[in-house]
Structure formats: C-alpha cells, structure tokens
Design a binder for this molecule. Sequence first.
Ligand code: DO4
Ligand code: MG
Length: 284
Amino acid sequence: MRLCRFRTNDDAVRIGLVTEDAVLDLTPAGVTAMFPLLEMEDAISKLSAIAKQSLPRLGVGAVKLLAPVERQEVWAAGVTYLRSKTARMEESEFSANAYDRVYSAERPEIFFKSLPEKVVATGESAGIRRDAKWNVPEPELALVLNSRGKIVGHTIGNDMSSRDIEGENLLYLPQAKTYNRSCALGPWIVLGTPEAKVREWKIGIEIKRDGKSIFAGETSLGQIKRGFDELAEFLFRCQVFPRGAILLTGTGVVPPDHFTLNERDAVRIEVSGIGVLQNDVSVV
Ligand code: DO4
Ligand code: MG
C-alpha cells in the first residue's frame, strides 16, 4: 500500500493512496496527515477499508507529489555496505581506519541529515555545494519509523554528499552531508513490507547529462550489513522522536572516483518495490 503527500492546484496539501493508475485523495475520509496513520497498529486494514469508499481520483502524473515527510527529523546510517566502506577508505587515507572500524563495530555510524522542511521531493532539484569539487548522489533505502521506533514503511532517499569535504577531514562530515537541498525523499511511502521481502528488492541509479547516461549502477538491498531493526534501535537509543523519524540506510552504489555531478545532471533512483525518485541537480 503506497501513501503519498501531494499539493492540489489550489495549493492545499493532501494525503493520497497511490493505485496502479491514480492517486485517491483521502481528505473526504478524514485523513489530513500521515502521522496518525503511521502511529496505528492497523493502518493497512484501516486504509483498505477507506479505499473501498468513493474517493476523488487524480491522475498520478497530474498531481504535484511532495516529499513523504511531515515533522520527522531525517537521519542517516553510513558504511553499511562493503562498497561504501571500500570507496571511503580510498577517498581518504586520513579517515580510512575510521571507516574500516565502523563497518564491523557493534555501534553503527548514524548522523543527522535534515530537518523535514529542507527535504526535496521527486521532481525538485537536489543541491551540490558551490564550495565542493567532488559531489555525488547516494541512493539509499529510507526506513519510516513511528514514534515508538517501529518500522512502518519504506521510501527512497538520496543522501547527496560532497566527497572532497568529507575526505579532507571526518570532522567535516556535517558540512559534506547537510546543506540546502542535500536530502531528497520520495516518491511515496510503501507501508508494511517485512524486512525479508525488502531485502529482495534492488536499488539502482542512473545519472544523465544532456540527456545521455553517464553512470548507472545497481545493488541488492540484501547487501546491507546491518539489520533494519538494529539501525532503528540505535537511532532511538537514549533519544525520543515524538513525531517519528526517517532513517536512510546507507549507500551501496558509488560512482567511480573521477565522477562528480554537474549542475543540471538528472539523477534517477529506483527501488524495485517502491518506485522512482527523480531529481535534477542545482548548485547551492
Ligand atoms: O561516513 C560517511 C558517510 C557514509 C554514508 O553516507 C553512506 O555510507 O551512505
Ligand atoms: Mg549515505
């Protein structure tokens, strides 16, 4: 079951259910926010009952999808795939030991990524820093957690990163990771898929420049080294998230070291069980 946020022509924010060919506007059923649904134990059966009602149907292409995040902080885990560890050890002699250790340490790397109001949606531009020379997208599965730390859904994330800033000194990580338009989420949340099933999904990325493909790669979400509940437990340890949280789970597809994004590149991330997150790139 796919839950989205969208904006109507008269600028109202609505919650919708995405079907094969339409978005069902849930407003007449009294659903005006995602939060109460994400908090429910039985959101899927409630939504299945609502979907049987007669609801306004809009074409998926006709609505402006918003990022599927309301008031949740967005956090991110790192070095959760072997590919990420290797790429980062190559990126920086200075930090190689830290990446090597965190990959197999009991405690995962988790960092703050974005306030919800700064997240960009599919179709909006994602940012690269004007003071960085080596910028990359990071295609990631995002866990949608309710206020009790339970994984209630999944969406797609792009953890835009400045590798030269991160590689210069690990203490610069917040600047490499958190700046205007550095986090994209979307296109919607897929509710209620068990981890074993999600691990069968593929995550792929394609980057186009002037309409031509310049990088493509794919991996299986089964390659994530840590359990999803393990990541969620560390995030919620000693910290409360009364509005829930979004947790990106790390990247397993890394472009070659000579690659950097340019303004106007088009980044397309697809997760087989979710859909497509598409963002053009702009300098911030
Ligand atoms: O430590 C650097 C960040 C790691 C990261 O963002 C990732 O592995 O996806
Ligand atoms: Mg990342």
